[in-house]
Design a protein around this ligand. Structure first.
Ligand code: AHR
Length: 512
């Protein structure tokens, strides 16, 4: 049966925020060292920034970059990472059981962001530290000069303020794995007090409070409610984190799982708006989905997360992504697009080597993992007004297994549409872009979209990502095994766009 979609030029979900297309650099494994930064690498510039990685980052096109963690930030002394490099201390990092050399810190990150044309997003340590360290860091980064912290930045060689606008109040403070985890009450209080200080210091900044580290946390829901009760007047965003998995080796369920990101977003919106309603407030807290990806192979076994002997920049969390991972990942991109009205910021976790779209070899080449391609499409082609779509697709039943959080969870997904879809109208650029995932593992999908109000559509480009082997991966030796190819057979008649989507495929049809 044919999949039919209907969109109308006048009916939009919302405009995508530039920050929806972000990613994440944490001091974790080889994300920084051997990833974005490797002095002595043949492509590195005078600052140690790898040129081959920068070129791939530009192609990937993330818009905002979260830093420096993640779990790492909850034990980080930001002062360790500034000032003369040779005087910076080596420290034990209890998040990833590594030695942190602090050769790369806040100022280097700001320079890297500038070189990449990306907005920085900073997180402050609300684990082992608190409001005082947070406001000092903000003063160091954003104050023009004439105070101890801002003059210290200038003395370190950065005369102009970094003017960082987006700040995260800690990371995953609900998780037992977090250094100085807090109850919702404890975190809500400290986040509110930190937010007050930070906004008094620089009223131009935007703040994000920690939501749940996954929808499966036992405290999910109650956590958001309590945290927002405390922070509502002081913050602009609440965060969400999701890592999709295929532990069960059930590809149908895995590909259905991005639909649970839709539910998660809608549930967090409902909670945030109920806090607003209790206060008779018209303020709307927006969502920052500041960690999302596929991650499971290097997650469960301690040996994939920790290497003995406190190594520097160990090979940890180096997930090698398959074709089917790219499909689930594409589904997540569609979930984010389809909530553009409330998800105003999001970060793919992470950027290089550790659960990342870009892989490198120390001293060697860099290459694109399978998930690179849906993200590049999402960011390069997904800007604009996301249109409401009425979708008529055959469905299938699946049960998704998620062993994260407090218990093993099994989520029934009884009516998963084979097609997952988002349609974006970029009025300024004159484009209409269809993102369509075919989740049928063996059958091609006849597909038609009627785009009401779009007369005289012309095909600009169409491509698809699929592979005969769902486990196909890109490696150093075969970096292009999985790569997008042209989608042929797209037919346009007036407002109708027709195509046949290959089995288990990610598709992008771009029209003018
Ligand atoms: O992205 C990897 C880790 O996942 C982050 O450090 C943490 O916030 C989450 O648990």
């Amino acid at each position: 049966r044919k999949v039919e979609a209907l969109v109308d030029r006048d009916f939009a979900i919302g405009e995508t925020d530039r920050r929806l297309f972000g990613a994440f650099v944490e001091h974790l494994g080889r994300c920084v060292y051997g990833g974005i930064y490797e002095p002595g690498h043949p492509t590195a510039d005078a600052r140690g920034f790898r040129g081959d990685v920068l070129a791939l980052v530009k192609e990937l096109a993330p818009t905002i970059m979260r830093y420096p963690g993640g779990n790492f930030v909850s034990g980080y002394n930001w002062e360790d990472g500034v000032g003369p490099v040779e005087q910076r201390p080596r420290r034990l990092d209890l998040a990833w059981m590594s030695t942190e050399t602090n050769q790369f810190g806040t100022n280097e990150f700001m320079d890297w962001c500038r070189a990449a044309g990306i907005e920085p997003m900073m997180a402050v340590n609300l684990g082992t530290r608190g409001p005082d360290a947070a406001r000092n860091l903000l003063e160091y980064c954003n104050h023009h000069g004439g105070t101890a912290w801002s003059d210290l930045r200038r003395a370190h060689g950065w005369e102009q303020p970094h003017d960082v606008k987006f700040w995260c109040l800690g990371n995953e403070m609900d998780g037992p794995w977090q250094m100085e985890r807090k109850t919702a009450e404890e975190y809500g209080r400290v986040a509110a007090e930190t937010a007050k200080l930070m906004k008094w210091l620089d009223p131009s900044i935007e703040l994000s409070a920690c939501g749940s580290s996954s929808r499966t946390m036992a405290t999910f829901g109650a956590w958001e409610d309590k945290v927002l009760e405390h922070t509502f007047d002081h913050v602009d965003y609440i965060s969400l984190h999701t890592y999709l998995n295929n532990y069960a080796q059930d590809t149908g369920a895995f590909l259905a799982s991005p639909d649970m990101m839709d539910w998660f977003i809608e549930e967090v919106v409902a909670i945030a708006d109920s806090v607003a309603a209790r206060r008779r407030s018209r303020k709307r807290i927006m969502l920052s989905f500041d960690e999302w990806n596929v991650w499971y192979r290097t997650r469960r076994r301690a040996a994939d997360r920790v290497k003995p002997g406190w190594p520097v920049a160990p090979h940890i969390l180096e997930e090698v992504y398959t074709m089917e991972d790219a499909l689930a990942f594409g589904g997540a991109c569609i979930s984010l697009l389809n909530h553009a009205d409330r998800v105003k910021s999001a970060c793919l976790a992470q950027l290089v080597n550790a659960i990342a779209p870009i892989m490198t070899e120390n001293g060697g080449p860099a290459w694109r993992q399978t998930i690179f391609f849906p993200f590049a499409d999402f960011s390069n082609l997904g800007r604009g007004r996301v249109l409401q779509a009425r979708l008529d697709s055959p469905t299938y039943a699946a049960t998704y297994y998620d062993p994260r959080g407090s218990d093993d969870h099994r989520f029934p997904l009884p009516e998963t549409p084979y097609c997952k879809l988002s349609v974006v109208h970029d009025a300024a650029g004159g484009h209409l872009t269809i993102f369509a995932l075919n989740r049928h593992l063996s059958e091609p999908m006849p597909f038609e979209t009627v785009a009401r109000g779009f007369k005289g559509l012309v095909l600009e480009s169409a491509h698809q990502l699929s592979h005969d082997d769902p486990q196909a991966v890109n490696t150093r030796e075969a970096p292009d095994r999985v790569a997008p190819v042209r989608l042929g057979g797209v037919e346009i008649a007036g407002e109708r766009v027709g195509a046949t989507l290959p089995p288990a495929s990610w598709n992008v049809i771009r029209l003018r």
